[in-house]
Design a protein around this ligand. Structure first.
Ligand code: NI
Ligand code: MN
Length: 229
């Protein structure tokens, strides 16, 4: 069964696997680059890598409208319930843990980053996700620095890695090349760049470097574009 991933700008992705619709880090209504508004996306599951506004912004509204289940770390899970999300629609987990859900298995990976929530609440630690879909294994790094843990994450065997390349708040293009060497994915999609001037990057140049220095196939999407896995 094929899966399809669509970039909704910044770190927001929609992933369709079989009949399941996953939405990662929904930041749409206030994003300068999002091709859709929060009212226009479908979701059965919303996955949040950490608590920053540019990752959780529209999560509660989308979950309330769609009835989606939200997957996040324990502290964000508590915050979501305090925002009115029903307890049985929150899957709270923590770094290194994994859980089977309707679409497959999700494991929360380490990330080197912070996680404060928009209202100042403590958001636990930042993470990423290792997703085992029906046929494909995906790694969504979230916001992170380059870390040797990526060597371990890559040992799972990855069909796709999604990595930030914007620099300043996360790793930049140089470190992403080292990350790709450790992760050794079949394909790699860049994100967390070109949302605002401080994180502008040349994705074409980045893709050339990925081709010449790693074994991965770079897949550069424009916001709104999809790629089949
Ligand atoms: Ni962040
Ligand atoms: Mn971010």
């Amino acid at each position: 069964m094929t899966a399809e991933i669509t970039w909704l700008g910044h770190s927001c992705f929609a992933i369709r696997s079989g009949k399941h619709e996953l939405l990662i880090d929904p930041f749409l209504n206030d994003s300068p680059v999002a091709p859709k508004q929060a009212d226009d996306v479908a979701a059965d599951f919303v996955l949040l890598t950490h608590g920053h506004f540019d990752h959780v912004a529209d999560a509660v509204a989308i979950a309330q409208r769609t009835g989606a289940t939200i997957v996040a770390n324990f502290e964000i899970g508590e915050w979501l319930k305090a925002q009115g999300v029903a307890e049985d629609r929150v899957v709270a987990m923590n770094t290194g843990g994994a859980v089977d859900l309707a679409f497959g298995n999700v494991k929360m990976t380490t990330a080197i980053h912070s996680s404060g929530l928009p209202d100042g609440s403590y958001g636990g630690v930042a993470g990423g996700f290792l997703l085992q879909l029906e046929r494909q294994r995906l790694y969504l790094a979230g916001d992170t620095a380059l870390t040797l843990d990526m060597k371990l994450i890559g040992m799972a065997g990855l069909d796709l890695a999604v990595l930030p390349i914007g620099d300043l708040f996360t790793m930049g293009p140089d470190d992403s090349i080292e990350a790709i060497k450790m992760l050794n994915p079949q394909k790699v999609i860049p994100c967390h760049f070109n949302t605002w001037p401080p994180i502008e990057q040349d994705a074409t140049n980045w893709a050339d470097r990925v081709r010449s220095h790693t074994a991965a196939e770079p897949v550069v999407l424009q916001p709104g574009e999809s790629h089949s896995l």
